[in-house]
Design a protein around this ligand. Sequence first.
Ligand code: HEC
Ligand code: HEC
Length: 468
Amino acid sequence: MKTSRRIQLVLVAVLATICVSSILVSPHTVAQKPQSSGQQPSSYMSVNEEPFDVVRARDKANKAGVMAAHQRLLEERYNLSRRVDDSVRMTRGKPIPVGPTAKLKNGVTWEQLGRMSPDEIKDKGLFPYLPLPHVNHPVGGMVFPQTQIKVLPRLQRFDMDFDLPDWFLPEFPAAMFLTTRKDLGDVSKGQLITVNNYYDLFNGILNPKQLEGLRLLVTQFPQQQFNATADRKTERPDGMLGVACFDCHVNGHTDGAFHEVGDIRPQENRRRIETTSLRGVNIQRLFGSQRALKTVEDFTEFEQRAAYFDGDPVIATKKGVNILERGSQVHFMSEFEEILDFPPAPKLNIYGKLDRAKATESEARGEDLFFGKANCSSCHAAPFYTDNQMHDLAVERFFKPRMEGGMMMTAQGPIKTFPLRGIKESPPYLHDGRLLTLEDAVEFFNLLQQLNLSQQEKTDLVAFLRVL
Ligand code: HEC
Ligand code: HEC
């Protein structure tokens, strides 16, 4: 009796250990992993039927490991300490971050790297700007900065946190400018625009159509991680209502929130995408980094119908996709988006070029480089510093394809030329945010275009980018 009871106890203990460790060891939650049938990977996500409590317990147990692994990757690649220029600030006063932040390997210098061919950099494994994976690439989904979560706790996920330090992000909340009412300056009056204050702030400034559009932009609708089903990553009732467009495009700009692009499979080939600013969408002709949708209306409609659910209509239906009515809702939201202006650039003239009477010598030299030797202007054309085209920068010339951080480092194809007006207010840079500062952007293009710029020329180019 005694012996068999002891055996029973031992068996229970062994079983319990196996269960717990399998929960702890399983590297990623399966909730949003594409399901595979045999060897053939599926384009579809699994329709998760696991109980919420089970998923949450597993995700929470895994979280520290997930965060630590990603932090190691970031620290291998970047110097993340706070370095800012207090003399150059975003509209509401946040100082801009200064780089370059990328760490160079094997003691090589930027000058030496600049003289190497793409093949040499590739063979020696020296390229400092590989694609940036999502915090938990196999799982993905929307992740919001910690500064924002302090104000809007409903945006907290229980399975992962935001990864980059606050000094590399746009100011929160950003200022908002309207093309129609430039005379008013910052119409947000320093406030975070939400469903609770939009009416008081904008009644009398917008027409009723735009006002209704703005209401929809600050209203929560269900999304992949924030919804009312058991397959969600929020434990708060107010998080279960969904997210608002302006949770990411805060005050019509961006707060640096990111997710994964919906239109690629398999999962490891998807890109991390950093929220783009909606400032100046009116002058743009392509929307989305690669989808190249042709109107703001299309993007507005499909952001919610498709991107919110990783481009998977099966999941969207399950989680309660909100279908916007094209004639009144999509149209009204777009009308409002179309009047979001770039921030003022007091040193630019009506051609979008430097007013030389106001420019410093360094800024002027930077402009000459931008339109001359560095040839940035062949893609970033004045006055808004975009050609409204897509370009394949062929970054894969510089590295060997491989998996890193759960993401396939490989060719990424053509991406739209983002406008550079107001660029100092929207770090980090590129579609995935892999360039943490403007100095990194200049180093990146110096290598990409094989410009072999001197240190002084790089400083001048940055000086010019800061006044755009
Ligand atoms: C993760 C937070 C997030 C939320 C919420 C969000 N967006 Fe976006 N938005 C993005 C990202 C990231 C991109 C860039 C997409 C890409 O690179 O393909 C984007 C791109 C856009 C663009 C195209 C901008 C350009 O320059 O190409 C528009 C327009 C837009 N969003 C509108 C909306 C609207 C309308 C909503 C609400 C229905 C919304 N967004 C909700 C993150 C978000
Ligand atoms: C061949 C076209 C081309 C040239 C030349 C070019 N760019 Fe770009 N630029 C792009 C494209 C395309 C992107 C978006 C790439 C991405 O997101 O992966 C971009 C993105 C950027 C960004 C980040 C924008 C953002 O919102 O994140 C900066 C900054 C930038 N370029 C600066 C420069 C500078 C400075 C030069 C010259 C030294 C330059 N570019 C030359 C096409 C070009």
